[in-house]
Design a protein around this ligand. Structure first.
Ligand SMILES: Nc1ncnc2c1ncn2[C@@H]1O[C@H](COP(=O)(O)OP(=O)(O)OP(=O)(O)O)[C@@H](O)[C@H]1O
Length: 309
């Protein structure tokens, strides 16, 4: 869907992005992560031509991005920022309707699209479509930002730290909702964050950058099992402790035969996500409820040396 071929961006002497080649597949949730200043935002903004390339090529649907008419390309690539700027004098509906209007959608199609998307992100359309932005909380405005980016049905959405200004609870909720939304609409999402937990939770694949270069690209599991080098190891450092815990859990879990979500062949990253990112798992099998387990109860019992959960 998006391909980088030896792309660089140079400011003066500095390579903000340094000979990057990578491919982002259709329908993929692709996360760009790395320390501050490593080139994440520059990489993202080159895709929708907010920043011109110094050298190399970026392809969108097999065509160089420079071959598209700028407006039309941007309509096909939604964009969500950390601080979304809704037009304060327009209703939520009108804010969302801007790109569909430019694409000359019929009013009734716009209305049904706005309502459908608002409902999908947990803002019942009846209640929210006619409100003004000032009547929404920060988290609700961020949801509208996601809807606005999706409004004209673009195949690709770029997201630049969209949840980083939110409190942890709203942030986790929005991450969950975005994952659910992604499973329903199956867009290609390229998501910038500097939060490793967020990257592991959301990403099908993660691209870890450092000083404009790619240190590693792969599924979360690849990072955990086969970090490319010391930089990767130290970047995911905190995560590795959690991994050995998840591995212990896999080995010692008495739930293997009962828990429908954790089976002996369940990918480690799935177990990891379940345990680290959900405080509680409800364990059921064949309609029978075995009760709820939490991370801390697993921890406690494993550390007692037993596997008698
Ligand atoms: N317009 C500019 N002029 C000069 N240097 C720039 C410009 N924009 C970015 N840079 C430099 O390019 C490098 C990459 O910046 P970029 O914003 O892509 O990093 P980032 O990984 O997104 O960082 P952060 O996580 O802090 O947002 C940085 O060293 C930055 O100082």
């Amino acid at each position: 869907m998006i391909k980088f071929d030896d792309v660089s961006k140079i400011y003066g002497e500095k390579h903000a992005v340094d000979h990057v080649s990578m491919e982002i597949k259709e329908g993929e949730f692709f996360v760009l992560i790395g320390p501050s200043g490593c080139g994440k935002t520059t990489t993202l903004k080159m895709i929708n031509r907010l920043i011109p390339l110094s050298s190399g090529y970026i392809y969108f649907k097999d065509q160089p991005i420079s071959s598209y008419k700028l407006d039309e390309m941007r309509w096909d690539i939604g964009y969500v920022l950390q601080q979304i700027a809704l037009f304060p004098h327009m209703t939520i509906r009108d804010n969302i309707a801007q790109v569909p209007l430019m694409k000359k959608w019929a009013n009734e199609d716009i209305d049904s699209q706005v309502d459908k998307l608002l409902n999908m992100v947990g803002l019942p359309a009846e209640q929210y479509r006619n409100r003004m932005p000032a009547e929404l909380s920060g988290g609700q405005q961020q949801r509208v930002g996601v809807v606005r980016a999706l409004a004209a049905d673009p195949p690709v959405i770029l997201m630049d730290e969209p949840f980083s200004a939110l409190d942890p609870i709203s942030r986790e909720k929005l991450q969950d909702d975005l994952l659910k939304l992604q499973s329903e609409i199956n867009k290609t999402i390229i998501f910038v964050t500097h939060d490793i937990t967020e990257a592991f939770k959301l990403g099908d694949r993660i691209c870890l950058m450092n000083e404009g270069r790619i240190e590693q690209i792969g599924a979360p599991d690849d990072f955990l099992r086969q970090p490319n080098n010391d930089f990767v190891r130290s970047f995911i450092g905190d995560m590795s402790g959690k991994v050995s815990f998840a591995e212990d859990y896999m080995v010692n879990s008495p739930f293997d035969n009962r828990c429908p979500v954790i089976q002996p062949d369940t990918k480690m990253e799935t177990v990891f996500k379940l345990l680290q990112l959900h405080e509680q798992l409800n364990v059921t099998s064949s309609g029978k409820h075995y009760g709820a387990i939490t991370r801390s109860s697993v921890f406690e019992r494993l550390s007692e040396g037993g596997n008698h959960l």
